[in-house]
Design a protein around this ligand. Structure first.
Ligand code: ZN
Length: 253
């Protein structure tokens, strides 16, 4: 058993030079290496339950998450996850329309093609978990309170009604939250995922779970650091410039 759980965050799997892109080949090689070395995924909810019940995490376990709901998650990532019997949580931004046709796609982000509801249903049937990521992907800290609550609550309801399953996990768009956003998420979800760089440890907060953005694993050797104790220290070192950047962003806002 271990006191540290990495939650990996991916967005889209493709070879474009974008900070949200992750190369599909590297995803396949990385997961194969982890699998061959005895690493297994647990669901985000299982990780959150360990934290809630103050239990250690299973040895060699990690969590995979995808933010936004890009079509490449179905086309490129899902077959690889199935090949290695791995699970994932996909946080989807669902749009304001609550009545979905199977072939209807989620509203486009960054001009990219998104998942349609048939693909979402199929992945859900095969063990993929879905979490809420608002209706329109706003910075929740800049919205009036009623709109902020609607973005969070209605996105949860739309997924629950469409997939006929409870939605317990939320991810903050752009990783941005304040006290009232956090409080509302705490009332309606088991856990909230932030983009704060780090591992889940016994001192983590359920409503602002740390994650490791796949941006930091964009070469074979970086991905393979996950197999070593250096992974923790590498991520710890990456936090320093990011923390300074975030502070500067907050001052300039
Ligand atoms: Zn997002």
């Amino acid at each position: 058993m271990t006191q540290r759980l990495p939650i990996l965050t991916f967005h889209t799997l493709d070879d474009l030079p974008s900070v949200t892109s992750f190369p599909p080949n590297l995803f396949r090689h990385g997961l194969r290496k982890l699998f061959k070395n005895g690493y297994r995924t647990i669901s985000l909810l299982e990780g959150a339950d360990c934290l809630r019940m103050k239990k250690s995490f299973p040895e060699k376990s990690f969590v995979i998450t995808f933010d936004d709901g890009y079509e490449t998650v179905y086309k490129a990532a899902f077959p690889i996850l199935q090949e290695y019997g791995m699970s994932a949580t996909i946080f989807i931004t669902v749009g304001e329309n609550g009545n979905h046709q199977d072939e209807e796609r989620l509203p486009s982000l960054e001009g990219r093609s998104m998942l349609n509801w048939r693909e979402i249903q199929e992945m859900k049937r095969l063990g993929i978990e879905f979490g809420a990521h608002t209706l329109t992907h706003p910075d929740l800290t800049r919205l009036p309170r009623d709109r902020m609550e609607m973005e969070i609550f209605e996105s949860k309801k739309i997924i629950e009604n469409t997939l006929c399953t409870p939605v317990s996990c939320f991810a903050y768009p752009y990783g941005r939250y304040n006290d009232s956003v956090r409080e509302f998420v705490r009332q309606h979800f088991v856990c909230g995922s932030s983009d704060r760089l780090g591992f889940i440890t016994p001192t983590s907060n359920l409503d602002t779970l740390e994650r490791v953005d796949a941006y930091y694993l964009r070469t074979d050797s970086l991905f393979h650091l996950m197999l070593t104790r250096w992974f923790f220290w590498y991520i710890w070192a990456c936090r320093i410039p990011r923390g300074i950047r975030r502070t500067a962003e907050n001052i300039l806002r």
